[in-house]
Design a protein around this ligand. Structure first.
Ligand code: G3H
Ligand code: 13P
Ligand code: ZN
Length: 332
């Protein structure tokens, strides 16, 4: 048993309390590689932001769960080395799909876990979330639950259609499950193709796709039912068109990739939404920088040469999200 407290990590309780009161959202960035971890820590330290570093099932399969946990421990030490004496870093399990995986993470240094029972029948979602909450709270670990289904298809997280969260269910669900935060479905979705071209309109000037707006009416109805309760948005990458264009210019093929407009995320951050999940934008920033570098330097083969601009580009994106979209800067 390794408690996250021994590693210098924190759970999300205080972070969320301050974020809800202060009208900003905590960034939850997925990481799989050392370069992502370094870029996240550099960005969080430079902007004085709390941060949630999250690990998916796919990340555990790719990088190994133990290695990722040591990387999170390394992230805390690295933040201190960069001049942040008291970093607020949570290590979070993203989309845990069983009690067992949540328990394993809690036993191995995670400070927060998500049990994603969104595809289960309602009562089963409550029952397993409650079991996770009982175990997690005994170890002072916080628990995110999910109600409503996101559309989109991405590795471990898939659903052909979305089912918006029903505001009339949230009080019963959160009270009976005991969860600390609730991920809801209001029109976001995972991956770089969040909407089909048919679901969008086209900007007549640029020809770019304009996605349908998020269901703010549902978000506000949920806020009214659960005043001050921390709400989480998954699938919140914006799919920056400059990165998509760079990828396509240098040999990639991402036609009609489209994300959530940042103005809408900015608006959501000011509400009870206090955690915003971003993974795809990091993938795009990394891939765009690597494709450009290799195209411009065909004779280079040392990974450090192309991973360095990739890391810089991700850091720039993380800082932009923190400062210009979520507003979590200067909160340490
Ligand atoms: O919510 C899904 C995250 O983007 C994680 O994706 O399972 O491919 O690591 P992944
Ligand atoms: P994106 O694919 O929009 O980055 O969403 C990531 C996410 O929700 C991780 O849980
Ligand atoms: Zn997600």
């Amino acid at each position: 048993m390794t408690s996250y407290k021994e590693l210098g990590l924190v759970n999300t309780r205080e972070m969320f309390k301050k974020a809800v009161a202060g009208g900003y959202a905590i960034p939850a960035f997925n990481f799989n590689t050392m370069e992502q971890m370094q870029a996240i820590v550099q960005a969080a330290v430079e902007t004085k932001s709390p941060v949630i570093m999250q690990v998916s099932k796919g990340a555990r399969a790719y990088a190994n769960g133990t290695i990722l946990r040591y990387m999170a421990q390394g992230a805390v030490e690295y933040a201190k080395e960069l001049g942040c004496p008291n970093p607020q870093i949570a290590l979070h399990l993203d989309h845990g799909d069983s009690f067992e995986i949540c328990k394993e993470c809690i036993d191995n240094g995670f400070s927060s876990v998500m049990f994603d029972g969104s595809s289960l029948p309602y009562e089963e979602n409550i029952a397993i979330t409650k079991k996770v909450v009982e175990y997690a709270h005994a170890h002072d670990v916080t628990v995110e639950a999910e109600l409503g289904v996101l559309a989109g298809v991405e590795d471990e997280v898939s659903s052909a259609v979305s089912h918006y969260t029903k505001p009339e269910e949230v009080i019963d669900f959160s009270t009976r499950s005991g969860c600390d935060s609730l991920a809801i479905s209001i029109g976001t979705s995972h991956g770089a193709y969040k909407f089909t071209p048919e679901q969008c309109t086209r900007d007549p000037k640029t020809g770019k796709l304009v996605p349908p707006p998020l269901a703010f009416d549902i978000l506000h109805a949920i806020e009214e039912k659960l005043p001050g309760f921390p709400i989480v948005l998954h699938g919140s990458s914006s799919v920056p068109q400059d990165e998509v264009d760079t990828i396509n210019r240098y040999g990639g093929k991402l036609p009609d990739a489209v994300g959530i407009p940042e103005e809408q995320l900015r608006e959501a951050s000011k509400s009870a939404v206090c955690k915003i999940n971003i993974d795809s934008d990091s993938r795009l920033a990394m891939t765009a920088a690597i494709r450009k570098y290799l195209a411009e330097n065909p004779g280079h083969f040392d990974p450090r040469q192309y991973l360095k601009p990739a890391r810089e580009n991700m850091k720039k994106m993380y800082i932009h999200k923190i400062v210009d979209v979520l507003g979590s800067n200067d909160k340490l």
